[in-house]
Ligand binder design. Structure first.
Ligand SMILES: O=C(O)C1=C[C@@H](OP(=O)(O)O)[C@@H](O)[C@H](O)C1
Ligand SMILES: C=C(OP(=O)(O)O)C(=O)O
Length: 418
């Protein structure tokens, strides 16, 4: 049986780093994700004056309940959405002046709702470039708290940032939201906040956070479910079997549900307590699927869609247009390069069955485009990526891991579904 050891969840690593930094002592993360995004997060905390100690399988953080130890700092967020949305909120809970900047790619992505909410709570936040985007400067004397509204319809990370700062306010925080995407990530946030001692209640679109601060913890990071999607898709595509241990029914990661999408398309899927197994059956059916909750796996599905026996229609994924690239557009462009008929609208894409021809994939410096079309390449061996190295954002060893799995499956995977 092919078992793949998938590296740690980016999302729980980033949250655990944030919560550890705000806790009342030293916290330890076991098996954190080590990649460009989480290094940006850890280095950001270091720039803010927190003690971050890193060895291969364990990171620890010396928390400071009253905010960043440094009174002034410059933080470079690289390409990382979690760093760019979460850390400005953390600094608003402290006392000092902090500047945030990022790569050109991250500068293009929105942060406006976080800035507006922090301003409403009394932080002085200035745009140093374009309105609604990094770079920004945050100046604060701590946050009083109170009630604040937010639209999290473009990114749940705006809400996560604000929720996590709630326990650090003087009076507590009520957040009323008007829209929300990627909802499972918010449930993950609530679960981790509670694990670090926070008291937070959700009533539909309203969240109440008590001003408790956080307690230091030891947290074991589980494997990344979005990363696992490439191996699950590869198994479904080739008629092979793969097991990812460490993920299962108890996982706070919504992207585990990608396995259910593959089940609906005809794969044999077992989601146990401690492992997820996907076995291809030699058949992939077309599907019409709403991926609003699990949109990081939209490119994974788009990349295997041409091999289904009917159209694959993916809906309600408008927010994928403001990720590392415009992912709906990137998927459509690359599928067309492969000769696959595609239709695309504001928040949907439909892909027709086809026999893809070789082409160069334009990764647009997006790790998920690179990893997704690497799965397509199992069936289109001459397919090339223009920038294979961009996988470093979440999984620097991805190409070796996929090659290793293919070697264990044997030589016949190129034939795939019949
Ligand atoms: O909170 C998080 O850790 C994440 C939330 C999601 O973003 P959006 O809420 O912007 O969809 C997801 O795409 C991203 O990879 C990680
Ligand atoms: C959207 C993603 O990342 P970020 O955390 O930068 O938003 C992603 O990993 O697909």
């Amino acid at each position: 049986m092919a078992v793949v050891r998938v590296p740690g969840s980016k999302s729980t690593t980033a949250r655990s780093l944030f919560l550890s930094a705000c806790a009342d002592g030293r916290s330890t993360l076991r098996y954190p994700l080590v990649s460009d995004d989480t290094e940006a997060f850890a280095e950001g905390l270091g720039a803010l004056g927190f003690g971050v100690h890193r060895s291969a399988d364990e990171w620890s953080v010396d928390g400071n309940a009253s905010g960043p130890p440094a009174g002034e700092a410059d933080v470079y967020c690289r390409d990382s959405g979690t760093t760019a949305r979460f850390l400005p909120a953390l600094t608003a809970a402290g006392r000092g002046t902090y500047r945030f900047d990022a790569s050109a790619q991250m500068r293009r992505r929105p942060i406006g709702p976080v800035v507006e909410a922090l301003r409403a709570l009394g932080a002085r936040v200035r745009y140093l470039g374009a309105e609604g985007h990094l770079p920004i400067e945050v100046a604060s004397d701590g946050l009083e708290g109170g009630t604040v509204g937010m639209d999290a319809g473009l990114s749940s990370q705006f809400l996560t940032a604000l929720l996590m700062v709630g326990p650090l306010t003087r009076r507590g925080l009520r957040i009323e939201i008007t829209d929300l995407v990627s909802e499972p990530y918010v449930e993950m946030t609530l679960a981790l906040m509670r694990e670090f001692g926070a008291v937070v209640r959700r009533d539909g679109m309203r969240f109440d956070v008590e001003p408790t601060g956080y307690r230091a913890r030891e947290h074991a990071v589980e494997p990344d479910a979005s990363t696992s999607s490439y191996f699950f898709a590869a198994a479904a595509l080739t008629g092979q079997r793969v097991t990812v241990p460490g993920l299962g029914t108890e996982s706070p990661q919504g992207d585990v549900q990608f396995a259910e999408v593959l089940r609906a398309m005809g794969a044999d899927v077992a989601i146990g307590r401690d492992a997820v197994t996907v076995a291809g059956t030699g058949r992939l059916r077309g599907i019409d699927v709403n991926m609003r909750d699990i949109s990081d796996t939209m490119p994974t599905l788009a990349a295997i869609a041409p091999f289904a026996d009917g159209p694959v229609r993916i809906t309600d994924v408008h927010n994928t247009r403001v990720k590392e690239c415009d992912r709906l557009d990137a998927c459509a462009e690359n599928l067309r390069r492969l000769g696959v008929p595609v239709a695309e609208g504001r928040d949907w894409i439909e892909i027709a069955p086809a026999a893809p021809r070789p082409a160069v994939i334009a990764c647009r410096d997006d790790h998920r485009i690179a990893m997704s079309f690497s799965v397509t390449a199992i069936r289109v061996p001459e397919l090339e990526l223009d920038n294979p190295g961009c996988v470093r954002k979440t999984f620097p060893e991805f190409h070796d891991a996929l090659a290793d799995l293919r070697a264990r499956w044997g030589a016949d995977v190129g034939d795939g579904n019949r």
